[in-house]
Design a protein around this ligand. Structure first.
Ligand code: PRP
Length: 212
């Protein structure tokens, strides 16, 4: 069992796409597709053990070695800078990190800009690069409400389809960075399970290319 590669998958829509990619690359684990509340699934024959974890926790499992590899959004890697190897861009879960605000918002550089976000590090670095004074308001979700209620002037958040902004009368003002899902590896596992991990990385990348 210790020879299995332990894989942390982000629970939710992205994770399901990622699992299908791994499955189609030859690392299937049929029990994961059965409807149940289990969180750990193993296919010893294929040498894989999958865990479903909260998307923002994948990098923690991998950094601390509870998982050998995992799939995390570039947003999480930029925000938390975990000490892991980033092996590949899987080209899934594509979106962008944006500054958004009410349509009529005009920045007044004489005032500190109030920025609501789940990503204080990304937002802080972005505005520091512009030498703009900001006040970060760190929220955990439903960020779009902040400018509507006057809690912030702008938000820094993920935009995928743009629907959430549109339906809340906000619009993207700037793109900070494009985001997609990355295959990451624990540094020690990468050394001791090198053959299995590089083979899996190669197989999934080949599969990605076939899907493109
Ligand atoms: C994310 C993000 C936006 C939304 C963007 O929220 O924070 O709210 O998705 O997607 P769209 O451009 O396709 O509308 P998430 O669903 O993660 O929920 P949250 O409110 O808890 O952040």
């Amino acid at each position: 069992m210790s020879d299995c590669i332990n894989i942390a998958l982000p629970k939710g829509r992205l994770g399901e796409k990622v699992y299908r990619l791994f499955r189609d690359a030859g690392y299937e684990c049929p029990s994961i597709e059965e409807e149940n509340r289990k969180l750990i699934f193993e296919n010893a024959e294929k040498g894989v053990r999958y865990f479903w974890v909260k998307p923002s926790d994948v990098a923690i499992y991998v950094e601390r070695g509870a998982a050998d590899i995992g799939v995390a959004g570039k947003d999480i890697l930029l925000e938390y800078a975990p000490d892991v190897y980033e092996l590949a861009d899987l080209g899934l879960g594509k979106c962008r990190m944006c500054v958004a605000a009410k349509k009529d918002f005009r920045d007044n550089c004489e005032r500190t800009l109030r920025v609501a976000t789940k990503f204080p590090q990304i937002a802080g670095r972005y505005y520091a690069s512009l030498s703009r004074d900001i006040d970060i308001i760190h929220l955990n979700g439903s960020i779009e409400i902040a400018p509507i209620l006057g809690l912030s002037d702008v938000i820094v958040d993920i935009v995928e389809t743009g629907k959430t902004l549109l339906e809340n009368d906000l619009e993207p003002k700037e793109t900070i960075v494009p985001i997609s899902a990355r295959l990451i590896a624990n540094k020690v596992s990468y050394k001791f399970k090198h053959r299995q991990i590089t083979q899996l990385c190669q197989d999934t990348q080949n599969r990605c290319q076939e899907n493109r």
